[in-house]
Design a protein around this ligand. Structure first.
Ligand SMILES: [Zn+2]
Length: 512
């Protein structure tokens, strides 16, 4: 009655009929029957049902993924029968029924230490059981909370170390030695039987007070499709015979690219990015997260407080070169992206710089200019047209009310000069020039506008770049212009894609 009055919910309490060890609470919300009832089954961790029982909330997952099978005509009896079938089919330790199509690994159901996690970087996650059995010890770096990384596997004969991209991670933490156990089955999830289990694996669990030992357990767990397994890791910290379970996370493409598998070929592509300002930093981080293999970033500036509200780099980097700070940021998001930061100004006529830049353009699959500087764009356009390299120009207007993305594919489309002759007189909406702000110490106006519009602009630039890299570009849509306000500054959205045709008077395009 209390729940009914206070929360407009009806609550029933009882226990499973088929297994009395499972207490049940059915909570019918006010939205019933549009919304199904929530069923809570508050059991100890070792009684959690496999796959269909949340370890945190103890809620049973009824009626499939996102309750897709729920139907508003179902009665209370239908709900009860669903619950009873879960309790009889998914008891811990039994095999999951064949009709269960949503694989959820066993490893999810341990009572893990909060805010602790051990990362398994490459190459360890790729090793098979046979290779793993050769290494009885691991060196792990852990901070005081139990957050860390595996740095090497060791045997008397040799060692395997983590790949270079991860060498700096947790570098100021303590190194511990862990015993590696490759087991046939997952370790038990309760303290009472764990010590016996470890001793059954040939491990002597010490009695001495204060003694802390680490066991890195590797076992097969279901992943991907029903019936497929892969090596899965758990770290057990044993302190005075009291264990805690620390969850391990393998870092590999199989997991990280699972939501974007079609972009896996981006790993073999390289982009040259000119400009590491607000737009450039968002483009760089997004390209890295999309999976690009290599990025060279050129910018002469240092990172200052006025940059920070719309830049992807943290405030601890004030005073550092933007490109160096951005490399750190990218590598925290995507450690295996190869980033080459170059502190340099583009458009400089000194011959050596030009040769270096030419070599970078030749090595790249695409050149992206986010400087918003006409002289830089002019210069890069002529180099890219000479070499025959796809060239992308991404800019935002003052106030970031609108953004433009110009995709130039030498031979197929007009170039930046052609674009200027075709569209140079049509200005997309922008904040009035009187609102330009001047950074102290220089007479260069900087454009205003916040990070939300910058991210939209960067998103369009990155999508255009990926279309070029994966050869999915649509002919006749080389010039994209997007705006979020009209010329009066009122909210108004619009987007257009137009062709860039070769202009008969363009010296670059006459030749192509
Ligand atoms: Zn041209």
């Amino acid at each position: 009655m209390e729940k009914l009055h206070a929360e407009k919910q009806v609550l029933f309490r009882g226990a499973s009929k088929c297994n009395i060890a499972y207490p049940l609470e059915f909570i019918y919300p006010s939205g019933f029957p549009s919304f199904p009832p929530t069923v809570i089954c508050n059991v100890p961790f070792d009684l959690l049902l496999t796959r269909h029982h949340s370890p945190d909330t103890k809620v049973l997952c009824c009626f499939g993924f996102n309750e897709e099978r729920w139907n508003s005509s179902y009665s209370g009896l239908d709900v009860f029968l669903e619950v009873e079938s879960l309790i009889s089919d998914y008891l811990p330790g039994t095999r999951v029924p064949q009709h269960d199509l949503v694989p959820e690994p066993v490893v999810k159901y341990f009572d893990y230490l909060q805010n602790a996690a051990l990362l398994i970087p490459p190459p360890f996650g790729k090793l098979d059981y046979g290779e793993l059995r050769k290494y009885p010890y691991a060196n792990i770096r852990l901070n005081k909370y139990g957050k860390g990384i595996v740095v090497s596997l060791e045997s008397k004969g040799g060692r395997i170390s983590l790949i270079r991209a991860y060498e700096d991670w947790f570098h100021d933490t303590t190194i511990y030695k862990a015993k590696v156990i490759v087991a046939e089955n997952p370790p038990p999830s309760n303290a009472a039987t764990l010590t016996d289990w470890l001793e059954g694996q040939g491990q002597f669990v010490g009695f001495r007070n204060q003694q802390i030992s680490y066991y890195l357990i590797i076992f097969p767990d279901e992943w991907g499709k029903r019936g497929l397994t892969r090596p899965t890791w758990i770290l057990i910290k044993m302190s005075n015979r009291m264990p805690s379970w620390i969850r391990c996370f393998s870092i590999n493409d199989e997991d990280t690219m699972i939501r974007n598998p079609s972009f896996s070929s981006l790993k073999r592509k390289k982009a040259l990015l000119i400009g590491a300002g607000s737009v450039g930093s968002s483009v760089a981080t997004a390209l890295a997260q999309e999976g690009i293999g290599e990025l060279t970033i050129i910018d002469p500036d240092i990172y200052e407080p006025s940059n920070s509200i719309r830049h992807q780099v943290g405030q601890s980097w004030f005073g550092f070169n933007k490109v160096e700070a951005l490399k750190e940021r990218i590598n925290s998001l995507s450690p295996e992206t190869i980033v080459t930061p170059l502190t340099a100004r583009v458009g400089n006529t000194r011959r050596n710089d030009n040769e270096y830049l030419m070599a970078e353009i030749i090595r790249s699959d695409i050149v992206i200019d986010t400087t918003g500087s006409h002289s830089v764009t002019h210069y890069m356009n002529s180099l890219c047209m000479d070499i025959g390299k796809p060239f992308l120009v991404g800019t935002v207007t003052n106030g970031a009310w609108s953004s433009e993305v110009i995709t130039i594919c030498p031979g197929d489309t007009g170039c930046w000069i052609c674009w200027n002759m075709q569209y140079g007189m049509e200005m997309p909406p922008s904040e009035p020039m009187s609102n330009l702000t001047f950074a102290p110490g220089c007479n260069q106006p900087t454009f205003s506008g916040g990070v939300s519009n910058i991210i939209v602009a960067a998103g369009f630039i990155v999508q255009a770049a990926i279309d070029v890299l994966l050869k999915k570009r649509l002919a006749g849509q080389e010039y994209l212009v997007w705006h979020s306000r009209n010329k009066e500054g009122e909210r108004s959205y619009g987007i257009e894609c137009k062709p860039i045709t070769k202009h008969p008077n363009c010296n670059h395009c006459k030749r192509t």
